[in-house]
Design a protein around this ligand. Structure first.
Ligand SMILES: Nc1ncnc2c1ncn2[C@@H]1O[C@H](COP(=O)(O)OP(=O)(O)OP(=O)(O)O)[C@@H](O)[C@H]1O
Ligand SMILES: C[C@H](N)[C@H](N)CCCCCC(=O)O
Ligand SMILES: [Mg+2]
Length: 245
């Protein structure tokens, strides 16, 4: 089985939600699957110390079928936790941390030793830098990960999606699917925007739409298992399984 890299047309487009739902669906197929974040930026104070909502969600879903003794920790699913919610390379610089691709790779490989599939959530969009010269797209390329693109369906998303798909292609990676997500109620031409992307991403990259996730105003981060399960029902991941065999 292959692992996957989940990217988005921007930050805050629903990558964590869809990463959770894809992990859930793969687990339902009988695979042992966990999430991974190469870097998170944005910690909040919690009872048990500092926490990050993406990591909370990824741990909730990754530990779903594990005994407490086998449960993964923040440190295992993310090698770099940065305090401020901003561009990771800027926060790292401020905190005197060097973000290193090799450290990210070795944390990923450790998880892959214990799971069939690791689903990686990027931070922000595909070309978010981890230094002046290296991006998270380079991390996906280093591991040769097939990419799934989350598109927040709103005015402007066609251009953002096509730019991201072109960059994935430039990194010699395969865009194996994309998800249409509504983080806000549908605007004019939403359906036509989805149809345009369906047609263009299929003809240019043979990338299928894995699902359309409706706007759900009750969703809150960190996501619960119930939220993730509900969203997973809008996804069809059969094409991912075929490609992975
Ligand atoms: N389908 C949806 N309906 C309603 N709200 C949504 C939906 N999808 C995402 N959201 C909301 O949008 C916000 C961003 O979602 P999420 O954290 O999953 O995005 P992200 O792309 O992972 O962000 P980041 O770049 O910070 O990792 C959250 O507040 C979430 O509740
Ligand atoms: C803090 C935020 N939620 C993400 N984790 C990081 C987003 C970085 C965006 C950088 C940029 O493209 O300008
Ligand atoms: Mg996220």
């Amino acid at each position: 089985m292959t692992s996957f890299f989940i990217t988005g047309t921007d930050t805050e487009v629903g990558k964590t939600l869809i990463t959770g739902a894809i992990i859930y669906q793969l687990q339902e197929q009988g695979y042992s699957v966990c999430g991974f974040k190469p870097v998170v930026a944005g910690l909040v104070s919690a009872e048990q110390g500092w926490m990050n909502e993406d990591l909370e969600t990824l741990l909730t879903i990754s530990n779903r079928n594990k005994s407490p003794a086998d449960a993964l920790t923040d440190e295992q699913i993310c090698p770099y936790t940065l305090h401020s919610a901003a561009a990771p390379h800027l926060v790292a610089h401020e905190e005197g941390i060097v973000l290193d691709l090799e450290t990210m790779r070795s944390a990923f490989v450790k998880l892959l030793d214990q799971h069939h599939i690791v689903v990686v959530e990027g931070a922000g969009g595909f070309l978010v830098p981890i230094s002046e010269s290296v991006t998270l797209g380079d991390f996906a390329e280093l591991l040769n990960l097939p990419v799934i693109l989350v598109v927040d369906i709103r005015l402007g998303c066609i251009n953002h999606a096509l730019l991201t798909a072109a960059s994935i292609d430039q990194h010699k990676l395969r865009l194996v699917g994309w998800v249409a997500n509504f983080t806000a109620p549908p605007g004019p031409y939403s359906e036509e925007n989805i149809q345009t992307l369906q047609s263009m991403l299929w003809h240019q990259y043979q990338a299928k739409c894995l699902g359309v996730i409706p706007y759900q105003p009750t969703l809150k981060t960190p996501y619960s298992i119930d939220d993730i399960e509900q969203v997973a029902h809008f996804l069809t991941i059969d094409s991912l399984l075929v490609q992975s065999e």
